[in-house]
Write a protein that binds this ligand. Structure first.
Ligand SMILES: NC(=O)c1ccc[n+]([C@@H]2O[C@H](COP(=O)([O-])OP(=O)(O)OC[C@H]3O[C@@H](n4cnc5c(N)ncnc54)[C@H](OP(=O)(O)O)[C@@H]3O)[C@@H](O)[C@H]2O)c1
Length: 233
């Protein structure tokens, strides 16, 4: 049984992962900004689920999350850095504040949580799982800055691997399109019309949750560094 923090636990991949981990006998502490969704999930998932309402961009919220996670679970074995967003636009039309929001959430949010938890994770031979994307490997039009943040996520995982592969497990999960509310952070109506059908045909978030369970439950001595998972036949 592992004690798992999941940032961005209120929706999509994070919520599906919480559900599957609880079904498999683990314990989860969720973090997100949407209190109503987190309360609803806690009611569904029961005693082995707890949560903190907070924003990964805010270091005090991150500290409260870590402290409340330890109060609720006793210790932390796995950190899943899942909170993230993509706001798609051509570079020339994009708002600077949208680029800042993606960098602050997708990169600095992960760093905030790693900085807090790394010592304990090293002590416990724990596990950091970062949500990358196929955009960690490719740069696409209209989502260049999102792709830049996801390239950074992969580099952050690599940096942990270089210094700590003997002390902790580090995994980057890199999905293609997954059918979650993710695409609705984009406000550009033309792009939404083009992209929404692709995301609706995307993977089920439970497909990604199953990969999380797979890497967390890998036998002792085995670290799965990366999983790239796309919709297929
Ligand atoms: N869906 C895809 O096709 C896809 C593909 C590749 C990678 N990913 C990655 O997978 C991760 C999860 O995305 P998803 O598809 O599950 O999207 P989602 O359904 O929109 O969920 C995003 C989660 O992130 C949380 N979040 C966003 N900003 C936050 C902040 N500042 N502080 C705390 N939590 C925040 C949201 O919670 P609140 O709103 O409650 O704060 C929500 O729980 C993201 O990192 C995304 O980049 C998604």
């Amino acid at each position: 049984m592992k004690n798992v923090i999941i940032t961005g636990g209120s929706s999509g991949i994070g919520a599906a992962t919480a559900q599957l981990l609880i079904e498999k006998g683990h314990r989860v502490h969720l973090m997100g900004r949407n209190q109503a969704k987190l309360s609803e999930l806690k009611n569904q998932l029961g005693e082995r689920c707890s949560f903190t309402v907070g924003d990964v961009r805010n270091t005090e919220d991150c500290a409260a999350t870590y402290s409340e996670a330890k109060n609720a679970m006793g210790c932390v074995d796995v950190l899943i850095n899942n909170a993230g967003l993509g706001i798609f636009d051509p570079l020339k039309e994009a708002k600077l504040e949208d680029w800042h929001e993606m960098v602050d959430t997708n990169i600095k949010g992960i760093l905030n949580m790693i900085h807090l938890t790394l010592s304990e994770l090293i002590e416990r031979k724990g596990h950091v799982i970062n949500l990358g994307s196929v955009a960690s490997h490719h740069v696409f039009a209209n989502s260049g800055i999102y792709c830049a943040t996801k390239h950074a996520v992969l580099a952050i995982s690599e940096s942990l691997k270089v210094e700590h592969s003997k002390h902790i497990r580090i995994t980057t999960i890199c999905p293609g399109a997954v059918n979650t509310p993710f695409i609705h952070a984009t406000k550009n109506e033309d792009l939404l019309k083009e992209y929404v059908p692709n995301f609706e045909k995307g993977l089920d978030p439970l497909n990604i949750a199953a990969q999380m369970v797979h890497v967390i439950e890998a036998p002792e001595g085995v670290n799965i560094s990366e999983i790239i998972i796309r919709p297929g036949v």
